[in-house]
Write a protein that binds this ligand. Structure first.
Ligand SMILES: Nc1ncnc2c1ncn2[C@@H]1O[C@H](COP(=O)(O)OP(=O)(O)OP(=O)(O)O)[C@@H](O)[C@H]1O
Ligand SMILES: [Mg+2]
Length: 449
């Protein structure tokens, strides 16, 4: 601010100066000098304060404009004293129009009026009351807003009104929804990571066990075959010997050692041993298939045909009347081994039948569907069985996990299937259906074009 400095010595008519001595004059001049310099320093201070005030005003204005949350500062009567751009945009009014108008005039319904009054009342004594109210939006629509209402005090500490800060609930809900989705995706990724880590370490363990068992079991099996042949020959020889007239001590030894009973039992003992050895070999082969990449022949395999064959074989086996609805998708080729893929499909279909074929009124049913997108083939096997209990879900692909009785299931079917699908670059997963029943989802990559 430009100022004109006052003249240090005002011009006085000579007549009025008569009778004033020189010392008094000097005193007056000195006082006037002091007053003048005080005036100048006050002026400078005032200008500095003015500049600071302008700066803080500008700062507050920029804060208010940049805030994405709506802000209302009102007095004790609920009359708006200050607001920001976010509220102006939300209600479609200018700051000038809003200043001086009651908050009540922005509310969309009677319920919001009641809530607003309660919030004004409670926030007088409590810090931060949260209130959800409906405002009349710019386009005439009702906008639900979550406002935090806190008391406002003046420099003397007296309560002079309220400050309300908040944002439209739609935005909050959207943000919450996004957060939940991100959280769910993260949890799923973590589960998948844990699962694939578990399957990888199981694969290594199983590969080691299968490797160690492979040699002993193959010579047990080989030797049992030879023993069976030897047993048959020895039996024939002893039978021929018994036709002859043997000395009494030999007859006694025959009775004592119960040779006749032994000869009778021998074939079934050998058969049982052979069957056990054969089953052990099958298990070891299954374990090897679960854990090793396998060197099976790889061709272009048409998936519809594989599913057709799997249905045929399961029906020919234990499930002749199994009601299967099968929705195909023509010409779905993947690169892989037809035999292994058939094994996967057969196990999924057989499992569905075993699960659904219980003493219930409903006959077993299975819906199989095939779909191809740009990159993958997707197969779904949805049955009407009892589904899979929560604590079984995490173990269902583990080797030897079975709920079937001894001799009916080895618990290797799904673990081998999982290994085969992984070797084909695909994925096998399971979920329970809302209407009941289990749904296995199998995806396999389409050949690169
Ligand atoms: N569709 C399904 N519905 C309900 N439970 C299922 C289903 N498929 C598999 N299961 C459960 O998963 C277990 C493991 O299945 P998996 O195919 O690995 O072995 P299995 O069928 O028991 O024996 P195997 O296949 O070796 O004859 C089954 O015993 C059963 O409890
Ligand atoms: Mg099975």
């Amino acid at each position: 601010m430009a100022t004109t400095p006052p003249s240090p010595l005002p011009h006085l008519p000579l007549g009025e100066l008569e009778g004033v001595d020189e010392a008094t004059w000097l005193d007056v001049i000195q006082k006037m000098d002091e007053v003048y310099s005080k005036l100048v320093s006050d002026e400078v201070e005032l200008e500095e304060k003015n500049a600071q005030l302008e700066q803080s005003q500008q700062f507050i204005f920029s804060l208010l404009s940049a805030m994405s949350d709506v802000l209302i500062a009102c007095n004790q009567e609920g009359v708006i004293e200050e607001t920001n751009a976010a509220l102006c945009e939300l209600v479609g009014q200018t700051e000038e129009a809003l200043r001086g108008s009651p908050v009540l005039s922005l509310l969309a319904d009677e319920q919001s009026v009641q809530r607003w009054r309660l919030a004004m009342y409670h926030s007088a004594s409590r810090e931060g009351t949260v209130v959800e109210i409906n405002l009349r939006g710019a386009d005439g629509q009702v906008v639900a807003v979550d406002l935090n209402c806190t008391p406002r005090h003046n420099s003397a500490g007296r309560q002079v009104g309220r400050v309300l800060v908040g944002r439209p609930l739609g935005e909050l809900k959207r943000a919450y929804h996004q957060l939940r989705e991100a959280h769910d995706a993260l949890k799923l990724a973590q589960q998948q990571l844990l699962h694939s880590e578990k399957m990888a370490s199981l694969g290594r363990l199983v590969a080691g066990v299968a490797h160690e068992l492979n040699n002993p079991i193959s010579f047990v099996l080989g030797n049992v075959h030879v023993l069976q042949r030897y047993g048959t020959r020895l039996g024939r020889y002893l039978e021929a010997l018994h036709e002859l007239e043997l000395p009494p001590e030999m007859q006694a030894l025959r009775a004592d050692l119960r040779i006749d009973r032994l000869l009778k039992d021998l074939p079934s003992l050998m058969e049982g041993t052979l069957e056990g050895a054969q089953r052990t070999t099958d298990i070891v082969n299954g374990l090897k298939r679960f854990s090793t990449a396998g060197h099976e022949e790889v061709t272009q395999v048409e998936i519809n045909a594989v599913v057709d064959r799997a249905i045929l074989w399961v029906r020919k086996g234990t499930a002749p009347g199994f009601d299967i609805r099968w929705s195909r998708s023509p010409n779905c080729f993947v690169t892989g081994n037809a035999g292994q893929l058939l094994q996967v499909m057969m196990n999924l279909i057989q499992n569905a039948y075993d699960a659904a074929n219980t003493e219930r009124e409903q006959a077993p049913q299975l819906d199989i569907s095939l779909q191809c997108d740009q990159r993958n083939v997707h197969l779904r096997f949805a049955d009407n069985g009892p589904g899979i209990s929560q604590d079984h879900l995490s173990r269902i692909f583990d080797p030897f996990f079975t709920t079937k009785s001894v001799g009916k299931g080895t618990g290797l079917g799904l673990s081998i299937s999982y290994g085969i699908v992984e070797q084909h670059g695909g994925a096998l997963s399971v979920e329970n259906l809302p209407q009941g029943g289990a749904c296995f989802m199998l995806s396999l990559p389409l050949p690169a074009r």
